[in-house]
Design a protein around this ligand. Structure first.
Ligand code: IPD
Ligand code: CA
Ligand code: CA
Ligand code: CA
Length: 264
């Protein structure tokens, strides 16, 4: 398998798809509800997913695609036996619709369940976070350094405000102490960007509970290359195919986060 060639090809496609979305921010886009008024999809989500499906079918017919919008015709495969492109055509659709910024295309390429290549592209900021396993992570042409030593007092924590009010996933009061000790809290609304921001030091920990493979597949490759930690709430490594309750973090901050999250 020529991974360098796949990397360069996937990078070119991601940038090309990003240009479509950047142009779309100047147009009127058709918006539909999926499961509720808080769950949007646009024709651009579908167009970008189809863009990747068509190119993969032509260039790598033996590869599979797992995408949020589920448009790929052949969904019957075992991700642990195949090469799979895990694509979120627009991560942060609500931001795409409301803000026309703070959204990303996320692409993770996995071979037999193992991470190989990751892209998270913010087309409005023209920031491409990218990594090939074992070769470091980059923001555009700049190599991202390993994440620095930090304490919770110096940390910026990203958490969806839904987890700070009564919810069906977790006892929300467990976060109070951690939030009080952290330097700041942020929530961007694009999981892929939040993971990429942890990798680039803009955030230090990102916590979320109902993510899917396509939200995290690209970012996990990037964060892995700067020595980031990706753990479930019970301290297991995150399985990209069934994420659960997830912490993406600077490893120096995570212990302190855990200590404070367990305190009520
Ligand atoms: C969503 C965003 C959001 C996260 C949700 C995701 P989408 O993805 O990443 O930040 O909190 O869980 O579903 O639907 O905009 O691709
Ligand atoms: Ca969605
Ligand atoms: Ca998503
Ligand atoms: Ca999406």
């Amino acid at each position: 398998m020529n991974w360098n060639e796949i990397y360069e090809t996937a990078k070119a496609w991601t940038l090309e798809a990003g240009e479509i979305l950047r142009n779309a921010t100047k147009e009127t886009v058709k918006v539909e509800y999926k499961t509720s008024a808080a769950d949007l999809v646009t024709q651009k989500d579908k167009e970008i997913e189809q863009f990747f499906i068509d190119r993969i079918a032509t260039n790598y017919p033996e590869h599979f695609l797992l995408g949020e919008e589920g448009l790929a015709s052949d969904q019957e495969y075992d991700p642990n036996q195949e090469i799979v492109w895990i694509v979120d055509p627009i991560d942060g659709t609500t931001n795409f619709v409301h803000q026309k910024r703070n959204f990303a295309i996320s692409v993770g390429i996995y071979e037999f369940g193992n991470p190989k290549i990751g892209f998270v592209y913010d087309p409005v900021a023209d920031e491409l976070f990218h990594a090939q396993v074992g070769q470091g992570a980059y923001l555009n042409n700049q190599l991202l350094p390993r994440l620095p030593q930090k304490t919770l007092e110096e940390a910026n924590i990203s958490i969806n405000q839904l987890w700070l009010v009564p919810n069906r996933y977790v006892d929300y009061t467990i976060f109070t102490s951690m939030i009080q000790k952290a330097r700041g809290t942020r929530y961007i609304g694009s999981a892929a960007l939040e993971i990429a921001y942890v990798a680039s030091g803009r955030l230090d920990t990102y916590i979320d509970f109902r993510l899917s493979s396509w939200d995290i597949a690209g970012g996990m490759v990037i964060l892995g290359e700067v020595d980031g930690l990706m753990k479930t709430v019970d301290d297991k490594d995150i399985d990209v195919f069934s994420p659960g309750i997830t912490y993406f973090s600077n490893k120096h901050v995570l212990d302190e986060v855990y200590q404070n999250v367990n305190k009520k």
